[in-house]
Write a protein of this length. Sequence first.
Length: 225
Amino acid sequence: MNRWRALAAEFLGTLLLLAIVVGSGVMGERLAAGNLAVALLANAGATAAGLYVLIVLLGPLSGAHFNPAVSLALRLDGVRLPAPLPWYLLAQVAGAVGGVLLAHAMFELPLWQPGTHVRTGPAQGLSEGVATFGLLLTILLGARHRPAALPALVASWIFAAYWFTASTSFANPAVTLARALTRSFAGIRPLDVPGFVAAQLAGAMLAVAVARMLRGAEAQSIERR
């Protein structure tokens, strides 16, 4: 894979992902007329559907990570990236910020608006750890056992985690940072970003360890047959 093509795919994919997350949050909130369940359903559905499309289209170019936790975990798991890891992270963060600005522009909102949505406390941190752990375990095991189904597996996990976690499953440091730049339904206070990112990275590292353990157990089981 060409490194510049891969970086462009990561930038574009993350930009469009954030435009979907924030844009669907704004639209869902407007149409829901105060019903937060309807707004969350719109946000979750649009995000999962858009993520599936982006993974299918851009996966052959960059792996379709769109997420620093995914890139870092895969690198630690021995996967070679088409470009250096720091470049991947930079493309993802830049794309995420651009996606928020694009969503604001589409809805005629102020482009820069620091988030005010309070997301703090042990339950929020635990939720982000669980959401990211599940996402990385899905990727690490899905790529080994069901590679063709991976886009659907990832999209399904994200949709589910929107509903069963208290944090609505950011599960992505670049997404978290960018969502601190919006006061929409999808936003987060800048003050709460470090806690979310720390929990996400912890969940990702735990997923790498558990995936290695499960793959090792699988190999031992095959050897005994």
